[in-house]
Design a protein around this ligand. Sequence first.
Ligand SMILES: Nc1ncnc2c1ncn2[C@@H]1O[C@H](COP(=O)(O)OP(=O)(O)OP(=O)(O)O)[C@@H](O)[C@H]1O
Ligand SMILES: [Mg+2]
Length: 314
Amino acid sequence: MAPEPLLRVRGVSKSFRGARGGRVDAVLDASLEVGRGEILVLAGESGSGKSTLARLVLGAEEPDSGTIEFGGRAVARGGGGVAGVRRRCSMVQQDPYDSLNPRMAVGESVAEPLEAHGVGGRAARRRRALECIAAVGLEPAGDIAARLPHELSGGQRQRVAIARALSTGPDMIVADEPVSMLDVSVRAGVLAVMARLRSERGVAILYITHDLATARHFGDTLALMYRGRVVERGPVARVLASPRHPYTRMLLGALPSPAWRPRAAPPSAGAPGPGGGCAFRPLCAHATPECARVPGLARRGGDWDVACFAPLGG
Ligand SMILES: Nc1ncnc2c1ncn2[C@@H]1O[C@H](COP(=O)(O)OP(=O)(O)OP(=O)(O)O)[C@@H](O)[C@H]1O
Ligand SMILES: [Mg+2]
């Protein structure tokens, strides 16, 4: 029997009030799993629902429907599950300044989640903070800990944010575009830090990115979102080598350079395609009358899941 996944998201939907009174379906019937120590890459164009799904996993938003379980316990706002998740699943944001107090020595910012969870005394928290700062490759840790965020480089600051996320000893780190604001020359080093946390400490990582070229080397599994739905989900290298969903194929065909960036958000991101059914139907060269219904994410004769009635290469 397969081991119980660390994170299990099943049929989750979340809509928001839109600009002109309508609803925006940010996440639609999305399902995914992350195993212990697994790196899942969540990709998709701007507005496809990646950050909303991450916020749902962290308990910062409540789903309209569907279930989210972390370590076998339901994650729900106000349901008592969230406090447990906060400690066992932490967040690294795109901009490290979002999690670091600009007027606080970074060592204190790293220790702060421990204080919030009432873990250890002051001296033990300080030791743990220094250990986490060293674990993300910042040395000497004592010297770094005494600095203010602006006294560090961008790459160092993001490493400190990772150290902070690590302080409570989480089972999973959710990293929403953690290197996209950094200088290209330091991105690989920051990703290598996270890869090491996985290999040495077994921390699972939900890594949100637009950069599929990097994802290939960093991730185990790829989940691709299109307009709120997960449309393809499988081993990252194999999916990128022979995508089954026509949307994935289109993205890869459009790869202009190793560092692929998506197109701008379509004007109706999140909305279903004209006439309902598969949201990709209006752009799909392989659409059939069957596509007037929404295809669920399923194996469909291949080695991984795809939400398409006529997947490629199947
Ligand atoms: N709090 C909110 N209120 C209203 N609409 C929202 C809210 N949060 C997200 N949305 C909408 O939900 C959709 C999905 O947004 P989300 O931020 O999850 O996308 P994303 O895939 O993370 O995009 P990006 O790559 O640009 O970060 C978008 O249409 C967005 O405008
Ligand atoms: Mg986002």
